[in-house]
Design a protein around this ligand. Structure first.
Ligand code: AMP
Length: 138
């Protein structure tokens, strides 16, 4: 894709701090280091996001993300890792090329807050009904 920043990194047009590369996958440091070692793992072929990526390629990207997370624990002395991928702008995706964030966490010292807490604004929800909606045509 002509105007995709990750495609430009993959083609070498834009530099990156490379961590890993094979035929299908590239991993490099995120330019905005949310924590020290924040890495991105991307498919070399352009897919808009995780949901649009063929499973075989998605599995390869996740495999590299796992290895990098293990290395961050071992080599950066991280005490945890967040592995996440944003799909579509509503979920915070800003670069529309499939990528997985691998974010090392440093206990009580990295200042990053990722919280999944109950949304009180939603009121009473029927969890079985919601589960049934998601399950349809799966
Ligand atoms: P997302 O918001 O999930 O789409 O994440 C996109 C990420 O790409 C952000 O964390 C950016 O900091 C990162 N990013 C954008 N441009 C570059 C670049 N040239 N090199 C490395 N990371 C980048």
């Amino acid at each position: 894709m002509d105007d995709c920043v990750f495609c430009k990194i993959i083609s070498g047009e834009i530099p990156c701090a490379k961590i890993y590369e094979d035929d299908d996958v590239l991993a490099f440091l995120d330019i905005s280091q949310t924590t020290k070692g924040h890495a991105l793992v991307v498919s070399k072929k352009h897919y808009d996001n995780f949901l649009a990526t063929p499973k075989e390629i998605m599995h390869k990207v996740m495999d590299v993300a796992q290895t990098i997370g293990q290395s961050q624990i071992r080599n950066l002395k991280a005490s945890g890792v967040n592995i996440l991928t944003n799909c579509y702008a509503a979920a915070g995706q800003t670069v529309m090329h499939f990528h997985v964030h691998v974010i090392p966490r440093y206990k009580n010292s990295d200042g990053l807050v990722i919280e999944f807490k109950e949304n009180k604004l939603l009121g009473e929800l029927s969890l079985p009904q919601i589960a049934d909606s998601i399950k349809k045509n799966m």
